[in-house]
Design a protein around this ligand. Structure first.
Ligand SMILES: Nc1nc2c(ncn2[C@@H]2O[C@H](COP(=O)(O)OP(=O)(O)O)[C@@H](O)[C@H]2O)c(=O)[nH]1
Ligand SMILES: Nc1ncnc2c1ncn2[C@@H]1O[C@H](COP(=O)(O)OP(=O)(O)O)[C@@H](O)[C@H]1O
Length: 414
């Protein structure tokens, strides 16, 4: 078991992966005279093998990392890859294995505060070869093992947005909307970042070129697209992602690595579709006519393309919504209430962390661990997937109750 002692560990330099070689100890001490502030509350040296990783302080708007590498003659500023954590009020770090350090940010919410610094994983080794420098890479720990995303397509005015709103309203903790980018102008009630990311065509075209989009298409004369980030932020929150995209977009997603279920919504008739579009009152006459012309082709493609797993017929809205819920497995027994879990809790400044096998215990400020209370949070590391340069998914965060096995194990070991 490894126990992070907080500040005393920083000053006393604890060696966690076996005894540190003497030269590392010497070099670390030299660090004091070379201006490395090892005594600083927010700097944590963590030793793995023949190297020490000094994590702390701010650099380019993220936490700074320096590597003490005896074979390279001392302290090195590595190339830092991945999405980097913002500077924070302090952190605790614990090595998980020879390749990863777990960093918990103090004073943040647990949803944002769990990070992995990869120092010797396959990705880091590959990058080290390519770049020829010392490399470390950050990856954010997220829940993210949600069910398959749901792609909903259908002609303009058929009721996609209405059905999605109903679903999000009834199951807010279960579903998250993939906010697309578009070059079309916002409608009256539409908010940037909520309904769409409204953007300039040139900016969007550059982002598409830079590989930031999962899919994109030209629809009714405007550019629309789903960014990789739009889908990831929903998955990060452990929610099931809903994408409202056209048939071309659905085809691209089908061909991508994103495993999703595909639903096509049809209107009862073209006359009814026109009525709904006109009644919505958000388009000019010219735009309505263009949408109606396109609707015909979309209906044909939707039915014949083989892309869609399910077809919904939106005549009576309530009936259609019930059918949608049924095919998503949301029958009458599903409750909309979120499960009680420590997600969303804040991590205080005086936390400490301990590692037992594949589990991390975060003590939120109760120094007497034996009187375990709601102050203890467990992190199960055995379900982790992915890693730098993207997210580390499958983070299982749970409240530890005083009689749990984890705690008995902890008490015996401490
Ligand atoms: N391919 C693709 N289509 C999208 C995306 N976002 C929205 N769309 C589609 O663009 C079309 C027009 O959307 P919008 O302008 O909001 O009009 P509405 O469908 O009449 O509400 C609809 O078919 C949407 O499904 C996206 O990110 N990618
Ligand atoms: N089953 C339905 N019956 C009558 N009106 C509907 C039905 N479903 C949706 N609507 C209405 O039709 C209009 C278009 O729906 P909307 O959800 O904006 O379509 P989409 O997102 O597919 O373009 C809205 O004014 C909505 O209230």
């Amino acid at each position: 078991m490894y126990v992070d002692q907080g500040e005393s560990r920083v000053c006393g330099i604890e060696f966690s992966m076996g005894e540190a070689p003497a030269f590392i100890e010497d070099d670390l001490q030299k660090g004091f005279s070379n201006g490395f502030d090892l005594k600083s509350k927010d700097s944590t040296p963590t030793v793995i093998g023949n190297k020490a990783y000094l994590i702390g302080g701010a650099d380019d708007e993220s936490i700074r990392v320096q590597v003490l590498d005896h074979s390279r003659g001392g302290w090195v500023n590595p190339t830092v890859l991945g999405t980097k954590p913002k500077p924070c009020k302090g952190h605790s770090a614990v090595p998980l294995n020879e390749g990863q350090i777990l960093v918990i940010q103090k004073g943040s919410s647990i949803d944002d505060g769990v990070w992995f610094l990869e120092v010797d994983t396959q990705y880091v080794r590959e990058q080290r070869k390519i770049l020829g420098t010392e490399v470390v890479a950050w990856s954010k720990g997220v829940k993210g093992n949600a069910e398959k995303p749901v792609v909903i397509s259908g002609p303009s005015g058929v009721g996609k947005g209405t059905l999605i709103s109903m679903l999000m309203k009834e199951f807010p903790s279960m579903f998250g909307f993939s906010v697309s980018h578009t070059t079309r102008a916002p409608r009256n009630m539409e908010m940037d970042g909520i309904h769409y990311h409204f953007t300039e065509r040139s900016v969007m075209e550059k982002d598409i070129k830079d590989g930031k989009f999962l899919e994109f298409a030209s629809v009714h004369g405007n550019l629309y697209g789903t960014s990789v980030e739009a889908v990831e932020v929903v998955a990060d929150a452990g929610k099931r992602c809903i994408l409202d995209i056209d048939v071309q977009g659905a085809r691209s997603v089908r061909a991508s690595s994103l495993e999703a279920i595909f639903i096509f919504v049809s209107p009862p008739s073209m006359e009814e579709l026109e009525k709904r579009l006109r009644a919505r009152g958000t388009e000019t006459e010219e735009q309505i006519l263009k949408r109606l012309r396109n609707a015909q082709a979309e209906m044909e493609q939707g039915k014949s393309s083989g892309i869609f797993d399910h077809f919904l017929y939106n005549d009576n809205l309530e009936e259609c919504y019930e059918n949608l819920k049924e095919l998503l497995g949301l029958d009458g027994n599903v409750t909309a209430a979120p499960k009680s879990s420590p997600y969303g809790v804040d991590l205080p400044l005086d936390l400490s962390i301990s590692k037992i096998d594949q589990k991390i215990i975060i003590n939120r400020g109760n120094p007497e661990l034996k009187t375990a209370t709601k102050d203890l949070i467990g992190l199960d590391l055995s379900t982790l997937k992915g890693g730098a340069p993207r997210r580390t998914r499958g983070l299982n965060v749970y409240a530890i109750d005083s009689f749990s096995d984890e705690l008995n194990g902890f008490n015996q070991l401490s």
